[in-house]
Design a protein around this ligand. Structure first.
Ligand code: NAD
Length: 363
């Protein structure tokens, strides 16, 4: 099969880590008989420098014409880069928000997985870690509190601020379906997180999730209040498979879940719409402090490419192969600087390109 992939290298370490992910995809193409075609798309600071805009209409059109988009990261040093002297809607990050909106990317997926070899980086106690954990946070990305009407007005001599939290049945149903679909590809368990003891939007969320669940008899599901979920993530993270939740709860819980894995350079992410299209990117930023040094960890981007194969192209065996190669590289004792243990005597530190090569060797 032939797949057309839009590639946004972006800024900082973006070009370095995306180059390694493309190298891995090409090796997968050779091994499994697929053709991956790449179209480079400018976004972020590099687009500002070239065109004056963080994302042009041509770039949006190129992304829309792709089967999926693989991205590195965008942005620079927010204190020193001239990009941050521009008005907010002309800065690098405005490009990413515009792209998400233009492509209607309403479902954000962030896995939190604890690698046996990186247990030391996990801030939780051994008895809590147990057999480890492997969960997927599915967060609604285009509705709720962050997109509702807001105002700050003077009333009776003092300022009053309001933010509104709105969800429609359609918005809830489409993300719930996505969550259950993803669970079908995993351990078939969904924990839907809400605050239904207080919020109307959560009560509607719960009702629609139950309706959707009826179409997935193989998937076990439960409801959990968000405050309890925040506790359970640090008490017993192994209980979760897919956590399905609305925008603000997902924002907070996904950071908590990624923190317990202990290593930002390992965490992939995907943003999906209601087609097979997705935008795949590492959870970290452009790391301007280490850009150009050849030491960035490319694994999060390589795992994002694996997510692209799994969720946009339905190439599960190919995605499994990448994930297994990453695990093997860690088992064989190779680490980039960000995941080096305190006592590094038993492992070998490698750079960005070498890490990419080692993963390709193990495919
Ligand atoms: P950051 O994630 O870029 O860096 C935080 C720390 O983690 C740094 O010390 C960095 O060196 C390290 N780090 C991050 N990724 C790494 C990797 N792959 N390998 C090794 N170390 C890694 O966050 P920041 O410093 O707050 O932001 C820098 C820039 O990135 C800002 O302009 C910010 O707006 C942007 N940003 C972009 C995205 C995105 O493109 N989606 C996301 C977050 C931040």
């Amino acid at each position: 099969m032939t797949y057309n992939i839009g590639v946004i290298k972006g800024d900082g370490i973006g070009p370095e880590i995306v180059t390694e992910a493309v190298k891995v995809l090409d090796a997968i193409g050779t091994k499994f008989g697929h053709q991956f075609n790449y179209t480079e798309i400018l976004m972020g600071g590099c687009s500002i420098d070239a065109t004056g805009e963080p994302l042009t209409d041509e770039a949006i059109a190129a992304a829309k014409a792709s089967d999926a988009v693989l991205m590195g990261s965008i942005g620079g040093n927010t204190s020193t880069s001239p990009w941050y002297k521009l008005p907010a809607d002309k800065r690098p990050e405005a490009g990413l928000l515009k792209l998400r909106k233009s492509l209607n990317l309403f479902a954000n997926l962030r896995p939190a997985y604890l690698y046996e070899e990186l247990k030391e980086a996990c801030p939780l106690r051994d008895d809590i870690i147990g057999e480890g954990f492997d969960m997927m946070i599915m967060r609604e990305l285009t509705g709720g509190l962050y997109f509702g009407e807001r105002s700050t007005k003077e009333e009776n001599g003092q300022l009053v601020a309001r933010d509104s939290l709105t969800y429609s049945e359609t918005e809830i149903r489409r993300i719930a379906k996505r969550g259950f679909d993803i669970a079908m590809k995993r351990r078939k368990k969904v924990t839907s997180v809400d605050k239904a003891n207080v919020l109307d939007s959560s009560r509607l969320w719960r009702k629609i999730v139950e309706e959707v669940a009826a179409d997935y008899p193989e998937v076990a599901y439960e409801h959990m209040l968000v405050d309890n979920c925040a506790m359970q993530l640090v008490k017993d993270p192994g209980q979760f498979d897919v956590i399905l939740t609305e925008n603000m709860f997902g924002d907070i819980l996904s950071d908590e879940a990624s923190m317990v894995t202990g290593s930002i350079g390992m965490l992939s992410s995907a943003s999906l719409n209601d087609t097979k299209f997705g935008l795949y990117e590492p959870s970290g930023g452009s790391a301007p402090d280490i850009a150009g040094k050849g030491i960035a960890n490319p694994i999060a981007t390589i795992l994002s490419a694996a997510m692209m194969l799994r969720y946009s192209f339905d190439l599960d065996a190919e995605a499994d192969a990448i994930e297994a190669a990453v695990k093997q590289v860690l088992k064989d004792g190779y680490r980039t600087i960000d995941i080096m243990p305190r006592d590094g005597s038993t492992v070998k530190q490698v750079g960005t390109v070498e890490m990419g090569d080692l993963i390709v060797e193990r495919l």
